[in-house]
Design a protein around this ligand. Sequence first.
Ligand SMILES: C[S@@+](CC[C@H](N)C(=O)[O-])C[C@H]1O[C@@H](n2cnc3c(N)ncnc32)[C@H](O)[C@@H]1O
Length: 244
Amino acid sequence: MHTCRATQPAHDNREDRRPLTKVVDPPADWAEDSRMVTVDDIVVPPPEPGQMLDFAALFGDRQPVELEIGSGKGGFLLRRAQALPDRRFLGIEYANKFFLYAADRMARWGITNVRLMRTDARHLVIHHLPPASVHILHIYHPDPWPKRRHQRRRLIQPAFVAAVAEVLMPGGRLAIQTDHADYFEQIREVVGRESRLLPADFDVPEAGVREGRVETNFEIKYLREGRAIYQLAAQKPMAPESSE
Ligand SMILES: C[S@@+](CC[C@H](N)C(=O)[O-])C[C@H]1O[C@@H](n2cnc3c(N)ncnc32)[C@H](O)[C@@H]1O
């Protein structure tokens, strides 16, 4: 079994929890240097057909890389990138409106360790990511496609999860959160069937989760509405030590 749980809405015990926060724009007197970052520094093109993504070229170094699929307006990426300047973050988002919103937001905050790519994440992960290249893969509130005839459009399917197991580094982690109980059952089953991924704790501050909260826009909205949130984490085992 993979670690999973339904987090009850924060309304009943809010005094125990961090406040629900919205990312706001930077103040007018925000650090002078931050104004040097432009949207063009943040936005990167998807790889050409047949090409593998080169993270070292993308970021100019070999620091650990985290990926967020469906980065939306970028709230989670912004907080995490600010908290961890030595990590590198790639947000994948195919809705142009959200993609541009997030890119503008990163630039205005002067974020230098985030890149955003407008593409289909399923295709990118399956065809363009090098093996053992990603430290953490975050997927928060993937589109649930609730109608039965649309469910084959859901992101979390066996071929996708097999590709995730391939692209995670040894010790790397997959974290998924949704408000949709039926989709969560599918996620649990599909991830559980991937033998290269083992159960892991979801609530790990090192991985961006404190007290069961990751703070994406959808999470904040759904907790305010009183909906339950379902979470699952899985880990690729560390490579065995060489006996030589
Ligand atoms: C429900 S929203 C959640 C946004 C954000 N993660 C949050 O929790 O606030 C799902 C986002 O994933 C994006 N998305 C869905 N499928 C995608 C795919 N295959 N590739 C890239 N982005 C995708 C959608 O455009 C949308 O912005």
